[in-house]
Write a protein that binds this ligand. Structure first.
Ligand SMILES: Cc1cc2nc3c(=O)[nH]c(=O)nc-3n(C[C@H](O)[C@H](O)[C@H](O)COP(=O)(O)O)c2cc1C
Ligand code: SF4
Ligand code: SF4
Length: 287
């Protein structure tokens, strides 16, 4: 079946980009347009796909969707009858976390859009100094990602709707996540640049809200929405949070499916075996 599909990803550490790209590959007989949400937002240049569907792919940071997704909806989302599906690429493979999309759904529906499916694709957590999966576990998630993306692809092509069930606890959780993000933006995670900076300008070009300027070196303005993009895209890891450094690991761990895949048969250490039991259901879900 030929279908027009727009995929727009919002990615800090690269996971959502990987999922969106994989999905674009799977949707073989469709007409797919793949967009980097940060660039779309920067240029405010999105014209929705005609008579098709739009998929938004994004992570969770501190329990909430990144502010860049909200800004995208505010600035670039115009068509009242747009049909959307959402893919949350978070780190913890518990279904409950899908509830974090709740505030986003409110915004979309307020603007006349319709969310026909919400999916979760858990991914290895990168760049997190306090919680990073062992390789063997990351491998399992990457294998599962491929299975899920294939399924999502077939559901999207068939137009299957996968409605999202809102719970009171989820609602409270998602608001809390937004609040935490706000606090971190205000008090915690302002960014600074180290002497390693080579003034290549890459971070400036990629910042979705133009919060970085070159003024005798790289400078950050208060408009930063903490999307993580510049931290991860800097080739020399010169961008760091001013405080709360232990949330971030350096040098950044780059996702490399091939090297991780090789290690898939090794055993999980004792430390992780309990955690593994709590998430076994994730690997058998029908989505
Ligand atoms: C600073 C930080 C905070 C995170 N907070 C959460 C969280 O609250 N819940 C969660 O499930 N995953 C969390 N994660 C994991 C990310 O959602 C996950 O790695 C995601 O796939 C990253 O997507 P991206 O690479 O496209 O930015 C966090 C990761 C980082 C680096
Ligand atoms: S991407 Fe890194 S090296 Fe390049 S200007 Fe920005 S901080 Fe400096
Ligand atoms: S300064 Fe960096 S983290 Fe902040 S909004 Fe721009 S790209 Fe994102």
């Amino acid at each position: 079946m030929n279908k027009n599909i727009d995929l727009i990803y919002f990615s800090g550490t690269g996971n959502s980009r990987e999922v969106a790209t994989e999905l674009a590959d799977v949707l073989e007989n469709c007409s797919v347009r793949l967009f980097d949400g940060a660039i779309v937002l920067k240029n405010s240049s999105y014209t929705p796909v005609a008579q098709g569907v739009t998929g938004l792919v994004f992570p969770l940071y501190f329990g909430a969707a990144p502010k860049s997704v909200f800004l995208f909806l505010e600035k670039c989302f115009k068509a009242g009858s747009l049909h959307l599906f959402l893919i949350v690429t978070n780190g913890l493979p518990y279904r409950f976390f899908i509830q974090s999309v709740n505030p986003l759904i409110h915004v979309i529906e307020k603007k006349g859009g319709n969310v026909f499916a919400v999916y979760q694709v858990a991914m290895p957590i990168q760049m997190s100094g306090f919680f990073e999966y062992p390789d063997v576990f990351s491998n399992r998630l990457l294998h599962e990602m491929k299975r899920r993306v294939k399924k999502i692809g077939s559901y999207v092509v068939r137009g299957r709707s996968f409605p999202y069930k809102l719970t009171m606890a989820g609602s409270a959780f998602s608001r809390l996540g937004q609040f935490v993000q706000l606090l971190l933006r205000m008090y915690g995670l302002g960014l600074e640049v180290t002497g390693a900076c080579e003034q290549c300008g890459l971070c400036i070009r990629g910042c979705p809200v133009s919060a970085i300027v070159m003024d005798r070196g790289v400078r950050f303005s208060s408009g930063c929405i903490l999307c993580m993009r510049c931290i991860c895209s800097c080739p020399v890891s010169a961008i760091k949070p001013r405080r709360l450094k232990r949330f971030f690991s350096y040098p950044l761990y780059k996702l490399s499916s091939e090297s991780r895949m090789e290690d898939n048969n090794s055993k999980i250490s004792r430390k992780w075996s309990f955690f593994e039991k709590t998430i076994s259901g994730y690997f058998n879900e029908d989505l």
